[in-house]
Ligand binder design. Structure first.
Ligand code: GLN
Ligand code: ZN
Length: 755
């Protein structure tokens, strides 16, 4: 069959998840790493997973199928391989698969690439390193194999690659001008286009999500040049450029002005389409309308989507229905959820259900809405039931929130609090502490699994967790730490643990989403008003405090982080949800205080993550997120010391917000950035307690006393001793007990030496 390259398609998704509906790829990959299976077996499992996905998409009526969004670890790393941009330090590893995994996870002798968040999602990608030594070269073998495999199965394959602009802007490039390397990359993409054309591929999708961020005029010019150049190639499939996670704004007319054949737009927020309607050049292109939200779990409002499609129909030469982004960010299918209550389930759509929604909309587009009349009626009924469900509106919570005044987010001035707290706590100079979790030992995981399966009863589970707490307290006393923690043995996850105990959240059984590599998470679903049923942590922390005369620091997760790591409501502003969660956390802090706890840490590691991609949207976000934190932490008396923990080293845009949190003590990741963060904090006028992490917990290496002493001395150059705390970079749950004990011993010795 010969396909004319410009035959438009009508229904697709922008990308696919790959860990497997039951995390098959995760298990296979880990088995490969452990040497239990060989590469052949791993490839076989991967192939079966892809094949099942292709079959599902074809059966669901997709007439164009993304190929190449499969990955053994990460799609950005795959692109680095495709473009010959792996760092030289892995070049010595001859086996391509092992070289790939070495770049992803490191080996005994090789440092892995850094990891960071993919735009404003919870997915972490590996950051390519581009240096003057990087010589790009096309290595398309893996992509071409997948294309062959799909074509052989009769799949209308649409290869997907990350575009050169997004690739370079997502990389680490010491020159500070990453797009200068575009002229080296464009010929490689042209080469790829001609190879795909030779295979008879009809369309290629080039992902450029970076177009939805703020770009300078010269960057937009660069985009125009790249796509003018690529579309001028004579041997090529039809070219679809995909943007997602927002709207491309000024980049849209630039892109549409080139001779590419199609543009994918994120239409999940369909409120204002004027910006799209105002681009006449779209009239010559296929518009792939991402009207089905690819990254949240709510069932699509089909009426609204159809209205948007109706508007867009007049703007483009042809229209295809799609998801707003890859389905990488949502679970595979609702079918796996047996326990979810029927009502809630009828409001949701996971991956397979979203594919079905795309199909329905494409059908309605082709044959009119009557063709899907039954489905439209069902969706409307579910939406009405959802709107009127009593769980969506808790009158008490709403009354409390509307009664709040400015005092609810205000404490006494920080220096007054400092005096009161130091009288109460009587801590030594340079107090030592940890960030909360201690190693999650196999005993802990076994106990949790046994309790979930009903093999041990509640009392036995409690007994085992208390034994863990007692051990961690004894260890900390032995080590001579000043502020102790209970170690968080009872927490499967710092968000899920709270979500399970709050009204308004639902948990899934198999709603796994890839976080990075083989690590998957099951984000809770926030569907209703949030209320705390009962104290959530007081028994555990109170028990820990009963075992020691040293202060035990209560440990809570902050409202922003709870939202960032959940699927959130789409029927009210995120700021309203944040305030509701904040109230629940506030009640918990007050209960901890009543139980005699004098120090409470409210973790906000995700504060930076939710930061909007567009600068113009950032101030409003920072205002409500800081307010929510303060609402959560201002209910206690001034003698109670509030800590927070943030774990990213590049503070940039959020530095002022950190001061705005007004926490008495802030612990932050700093070891890898060599304490530079302290200068940034000083420059922002930060004058509260600070605990810059004195060693990196991401590696099993035990830091020496001398090394930590040097770190502390460096910190003292920037922060006066009265404000300086001594702690590791982050929680210790991923570390082994032996390294933890040695590292903390050295940390305490270093604090002693510096005192
Ligand atoms: N208290 C948490 C812990 O120690 C904080 C984790 C985090 O910052 N992500 O595990
Ligand atoms: Zn952390």
């Amino acid at each position: 069959m010969t396909v004319s390259p410009h035959t438009p398609f009508t229904a697709t998704v922008l990308g696919l998840p790959r860990v497997g509906p039951n995390r098959e790829l995760k298990r296979a990959t880990e088995s490969y790493w452990a040497g239990r299976i060989d590469a052949e077996r791993l490839h076989g499992i991967a192939r079966d997973l892809r094949r099942a996905q292709f079959a599902e998409l074809l059966a669901a009526g997709m007439d164009s199928v993304p190929v190449g969004t499969f990955s053994y670890y990460d799609q950005v790393l795959d692109t680095a391989v495709l473009l010959g941009a792996l760092p030289p330090r892995v070049a010595g590893i001859t086996d391509p698969l092992d070289r790939y995994f070495a770049a992803a996870r490191g080996t005994d002798t090789v440092e892995p690439l850094e990891m960071t968040k993919w735009f404003d999602t919870n997915y972490h990608y590996l950051v390519p390193e581009i240096t003057a030594e990087t010589t790009f070269a096309l290595h398309p073998e893996q992509l071409l194999e997948q294309v062959d495999e799909a074509l052989a199965l009769g799949v209308p394959a649409r290869p997907v690659v990350i575009g050169p602009v997004t690739f370079l802007k997502s990389a680490k490039d010491a020159s500070g001008a990453p797009l200068r390397r575009l002229p080296e990359l464009v010929p490689l993409y042209r080469d790829l286009l001609s190879r795909l054309a030779a295979k008879g591929v009809a369309w290629i999708q080039i992902d450029e999500p970076v177009l939805v961020t703020d770009l300078t005029e010269s960057e937009i010019d660069a985009v125009r040049e790249v796509y003018t150049d690529l579309s001028a190639a004579t041997e090529r499939p039809a070219l679809l450029v995909a943007t997602y996670f927002g709207r491309p704004g000024a980049a849209l007319p630039a892109l549409a002005g080139t001779a590419i054949d199609g543009i994918a737009l994120d239409i999940s927020d369909a409120d204002d389409l004027s910006e799209v309607a105002g681009v006449p050049a779209l009239a010559r292109k296929l518009l792939v309308a991402g009207v089905v939200d690819g990254r949240n779990v709510w069932r699509a409002d089909l009426d609204r989507a159809l209205a948007a499609l109706g508007t867009l129909l007049g703007c483009a030469a042809a229209l295809a229905v799609s998801t707003s982004c890859s389905l990488l960010h949502v679970p595979y299918t609702l079918d796996a959820e047996k326990e979810l209550d029927a009502e809630l389930r009828s409001w949701l759509a996971f991956g397979s259900e979203k594919v079905h929604e795309v199909r329905l909309l494409a059908t309605a587009l082709a044959a009119g809405p009557d063709a899907i009349a039954d489905e439209l009626a069902a969706v409307r009924a579910a939406a009405t039931a959802r709107r009127t469900d009593p769980r969506l509106s808790d009158r008490r919570v709403r009354a409390r929130l509307s009664a709040l005044d400015a005092d609810a987010v205000r404490r006494a001035p920080a220096d007054e609090r400092r005096v009161l707290q130091s009288e109460r706590l009587r801590l030594p100079a340079l107090p030592t502490t940890t960030i909360g979790s201690y190693p999650q030992t196999s005993a802990i995981r076994l106990a949790r699994a046994a309790s979930r399966k009903g093999e041990i009863d509640e009392a036995e589970y409690l007994r085992r967790m208390r034994a863990e707490i007692a051990e961690v307290i004894a260890l900390q006393e032995r080590l001579g730490l000043d502020v102790l923690v209970h170690g968080e043995p009872e927490r499967n996850d710092m968000v899920q643990y709270f979500a399970e105990q709050l009204d308004g959240f639902a948990a899934t059984e198999a709603g796994w989403v890839q976080s990075y590599g083989t690590r998957c998470v099951r984000p809770p679903i926030l569907y209703g008003d949030v209320a705390r049923r009962a104290p959530m942590t007081v028994d555990w922390i109170g028990y820990a405090q009963s075992l020691t005369d040293k202060p035990v620091k209560g440990m809570l997760t902050g409202p922003v982080t709870i939202l960032a790591w959940s699927f959130v409501r789409d029927d009210q502003p995120l700021s309203d949800s944040a305030d509701q969660v904040a109230l629940a956390i506030r009640d918990e802090t007050v209960d901890l205080q009543s139980a005699g706890i004098g120090i409470i840490q409210v973790d906000e590691p995700a504060l930076r993550e939710l930061l909007p991609l567009r600068t113009a949207d950032q101030p409003a976000y920072l205002a409500w997120s800081v307010r929510a934190f303060r609402l959560a932490t201002s209910g206690v008396s001034d003698t109670t010391q509030i800590h927070t923990h943030l774990c990213y080293s590049k503070f940039g845009e959020v530095i002022d917000a950190i001061a705005g949190l007004d926490a008495d003590v802030t612990s932050i990741e700093a070891a890898r950035s060599h304490m530079e963060v302290l200068d940034d904090l000083n420059a922002a006028g930060f004058a509260l307690g600070v605990g810059p992490g004195v060693y990196d917990i991401h590696s099993p290496r035990v830091p020496s006393t001398e090394e930590i002493t040097a770190s502390l001395r460096a910190a003292l150059k920037a922060v006066p001793a009265e404000r300086l705390w001594v702690n590791p970079d982050c929680g210790l749950k991923t570390r082994g007990p032996v390294e933890v004990e040695q590292s903390l011993r050295n940390m305490v010795a270093a604090a002693d030496a510096v005192r």
